[in-house]
Design a protein around this ligand. Structure first.
Ligand SMILES: Cc1ncc(COP(=O)(O)O)c(C=O)c1O
Length: 398
């Protein structure tokens, strides 16, 4: 018999989609539904009351200035004035980038995917930090790469450990994906000595560096360190307006190099032709003459929230618990003593009123289970303070 309901259900999908199913988000959403009153530390976005809606509305109005021609296909690399503005902002962080090497993308996430398409053949090794941004792991796996983690401490990626690993690997890795500045998930920053050492090691071993930098401008204790891109123009740099303006805009960029410029252009064009032209103009008109001031205002807000979280942890946590103290970005990383499992703890924490992201999801091999990522940008100080005592209560009870 043919055409049964059963047969219709077994659609032959590719194995490349399987890694996308491995996501913490459906589970975290369930937790938020289980206790809608719980303080949510799971996200990584600017809070809605910080997003400059009026300025964006004015920017959106001006985006229509060029009329219907803006609604045709065009500008695969992205709106030129926006690319110039990005080049200026990157120069302020030490990197001289040719506007021709800047390609506007649908967020840094698309930059990660384009880099994966350009470099990865099935079976390739890709190096990441351990822990790293979990949605990058899903992309690398979907391209059938094997992600291998390099350990991270308070000063960022351990470059010595990377050198040892490179000696041991059976094949040369296609690239190193790194978030050196106010890292997701630990909030740590690669020290200047290690930045230099990393760039030198990568050059020596022919290792491509993909530098993802969504949080670099959000520094709370002085200026951020120069980007890796500023130390080596061959670094592939991924940027975004998601954290300094708003993630729903879906505007980010890749700054590559003359050698890779065409590859990024071709793959972007072949994938989704180009970004929305109205939105890239909106971001330009919003950011021009405004973004520095806006970033300064938000730094103040986030600094106070970071301080509230660190003070709360100091006051409430049992002695054996430790955490990172980030100088920027959105996250800090709390580590519990041996024997704890933050995946197993999450439902109980939710019932007691706190939602965090368990550490295992951030590791290529899911091996580390006793830390958690806490986002401090999206909750007011009073909520953070109150939630730290609930979190401590959960840890004591567990
Ligand atoms: C390290 C890192 N890279 C990329 C992204 C995705 O950013 P975008 O919204 O620009 O795609 C995020 C968002 O959380 C992130 O933390």
């Amino acid at each position: 018999m043919t055409g049964t309901a059963q047969e219709h259900q077994s659609v032959a999908t590719s194995r490349r989609i399987e890694p996308f199913a491995a996501s913490v988000w459906p589970w975290v959403d369930q937790m938020a539904e289980r206790n809608p009153a719980a303080v949510f530390f799971g996200g990584g976005v600017p809070p809605t009351d910080v997003i400059p809606v009026e300025r964006l509305r004015e920017g959106a109005n001006r985006a229509w200035d060029d009329g219907a021609s803006t609604l045709l296909y065009g500008e695969v690399r992205g709106y030129r004035p926006l690319r110039d503005l990005i080049a200026e902002r990157m120069a302020a962080r030490g990197a001289a980038v040719d506007t021709a090497d800047i390609l506007i993308t649908n967020g840094a996430q698309q930059g990660i995917d384009l880099a994966a398409r350009i470099f990865i053949d099935p079976g390739d090794i890709v190096l990441t930090e351990a822990p790293t941004f979990m949605d990058a792991l899903r992309v690398f796996r979907s391209h059938e790469a094997e992600p291998i983690g390099v350990p991270v401490d308070e000063d960022g990626l351990q470059v010595d450990a990377l050198a040892t690993l490179l000696d041991r690997l059976p094949r040369r890795p296609k690239f190193l994906y790194t978030v050196p500045t106010y890292q997701n998930p630990m909030g740590v920053c690669l020290s200047s000595e290690r930045r230099r050492a990393l760039v030198d090691l990568a050059r020596e071993r022919g290792l491509v560096i993909v530098e993802d930098d969504p949080y670099g401008e959000l520094s709370y204790d002085g200026d951020p360190l120069p980007t890796l891109k500023s130390l080596d123009p061959e670094v592939v740099f991924l940027g975004t307006f998601s954290k300094v303006l708003a993630p729903g805009l879906r505007v980010g960029w890749v700054a590559s190099s003359p050698q890779l410029r065409e590859a990024f252009f071709n793959v972007k064009e072949g994938t989704d032709i180009h970004n929305e032209r109205i939105m890239t103009r909106t971001v330009y008109h919003t950011a021009h003459g405004f973004l520095d001031q806006h970033v300064n205002t938000t730094r103040e807000i986030y600094r106070r929230r970071r301080d509230a979280m660190v003070r709360g942890l100091e006051r409430e946590m049992p002695a054996a618990v430790s955490w990172t103290t980030p100088h920027g970005g959105f996250f800090l990383w709390v580590t519990l003593p041996e024997g704890y499992d933050t995946d197993a703890m999450l439902p109980d924490a939710t019932d007691r009123g706190v939602i965090f992201l368990p550490s295992s999801w951030f590791y290529p091999d899911r091996s580390w289970t006793r830390s958690m990522r806490l986002n401090f940008s999206s909750q007011p100080e009073e909520r953070i303070t109150e939630a730290m005592s609930r979190l401590a209560e959960t840890i004591r009870a567990y």
